[in-house]
Ligand binder design. Structure first.
Ligand SMILES: [Zn+2]
Length: 388
């Protein structure tokens, strides 16, 4: 009979995860509403809510509206039951946040990154993580884990396979960091982390199928399907910056030609004519704000190319919402109309219906907040079943 017991334990674990995810996603809500959304019967919901409440993960607030009879008590996720550390490695900085379990930033700190050799980065990262952990308020679970977003390809074991901008290849970052800090570590690509950040706490909150495009020194995408990040067979999905948009276009460092990111990311600044004084989006945005025509038309050109790539992705994935994040989001006033025009002209009409294009709500913090969420999600349990 042990197999039946095993199955029952698994079913209970899955149901508990469904109930918890429902409360996280739809709170505040009553037990009856949880039952309606999940299809689980009221007694099961009540038992699981009791268990989650005993584990400090769910709490109740005062009576909600009633359609007659006793007013129901509403359930909330106890976001303060623990905290998490999120780290984003950029080219010249490392950003770190301490968040509660609901992505609210409790403390934030930034370190300059002068060098990229692994020992130096590990040492700075360890110092930053320890400083953030030191700020954690007392809570039942304390710091539940550390999540890191990196500009590169990451496998399922937390190894960085390739991060060209850092000059890293086959770096066992998760293992090295766990040895240093003694807390569980989760690593993912910066676009995947950014997609999680926006999906959970930003512009993708109320959508189910979201394409997050991170446009900065290159382009990467996080693809959320039915509320889950699509990672592909081995975890490398979303390298959309290397999709060809010009068959005989410029040669790319990846070996392909005409890659999207050569035309629609900060890489395009180097081909501007006349040459531009700066290659940083924020500085160029200041010039555009001051009316610099060359910069304004450069941004419009990038907007058009962003639109071409987004058209390909919209036709492939039929998302509800496209969220554009990363440093290029700072140029929104000058890229968005060109981008939207191209998407309106080129996307298949049925795909365009009820599809929105928007920009990251968490601004430059999508990735770091999403990285902290990776740790939270690891802590809350590997069984994540969509309840949407
Ligand atoms: Zn390429």
């Amino acid at each position: 009979m042990t197999s039946i017991t095993g199955d029952q334990a698994l079913v209970k674990k899955i149901n508990r995860s469904i109930v918890l995810n429902t409360i996280i996603r739809h709170a505040p809500l009553s037990r009856a509403k949880v039952s309606t959304i999940t299809g689980l019967n009221k007694a099961t919901v009540s038992n699981l809510v009791q268990e989650l409440s005993d584990h400090h993960l769910v709490e109740e607030i005062g009576p909600g509206e009633s359609s007659g009879g006793r007013k129901p008590r509403l359930l909330l996720f106890s976001g303060r039951a623990g905290s998490a550390v999120g780290i984003e490695i950029r080219l010249s900085q490392m950003i770190g946040v301490l968040t509660d379990l609901e992505g609210n930033i409790l403390f934030e700190r930034e370190e300059q990154l002068e060098r990229h050799d692994l020992d130096f980065v590990l040492k700075s990262m360890t110092t930053l993580i320890k400083a953030l952990m030191h700020e954690a308020p007392p809570s039942p679970y304390g710091v539940v884990g550390v999540g890191v977003g990196v500009p590169g390809m990451v496998d399922g074991e937390g190894n960085i396979l390739f991060a060209p901008n850092l000059g890293w290849e086959m770096v066992p970052l998760q293992q090295r960091l766990e040895e240093e800090i003694g807390v569980s570590v989760t690593i993912d690509n910066e676009a995947n982390a950014g997609a999680q950040g926006e999906f959970r706490f930003g512009a993708g909150r109320d959508a189910e199928h979201v394409l997050y495009i991170s446009a900065g020194s290159g382009i990467g995408s996080g693809i959320m399907i039915h509320g889950e990040l699509y990672k592909g067979a081995r975890g490398y999905a979303g390298e959309t910056g290397h999709m060809s948009i010009e068959a005989d276009g410029m040669a790319c460092s990846c070996g392909n030609r005409g890659c999207w990111e050569l035309y629609a990311s900060e890489k395009a600044y180097t081909q501007a004519s006349p040459p531009l004084p700066s290659h940083r989006t924020r500085q160029l945005a200041n010039l555009a704000l001051a009316g610099d025509e060359d910069v304004i038309s450069l941004f419009a050109g990038i907007g058009r190319f962003l639109g071409i790539g987004i058209t390909n992705l919209v036709n492939s994935f039929n998302p509800q919402r496209v969220v554009i994040g990363g440093p290029l989001a700072d140029a929104r006033p000058w890229i968005s109309s060109a981008l939207e025009e191209v998407v309106a002209q080129r996307t298949l009409p049925y795909h365009r219906e009820r599809m929105e294009i928007t920009f990251a709500e968490l601004g430059s913090r999508s990735t770091v907040i999403g990285a902290a969420y990776l740790a939270v999600s690891q802590f809350l349990g590997p069984v994540r079943v969509s309840t949407l």
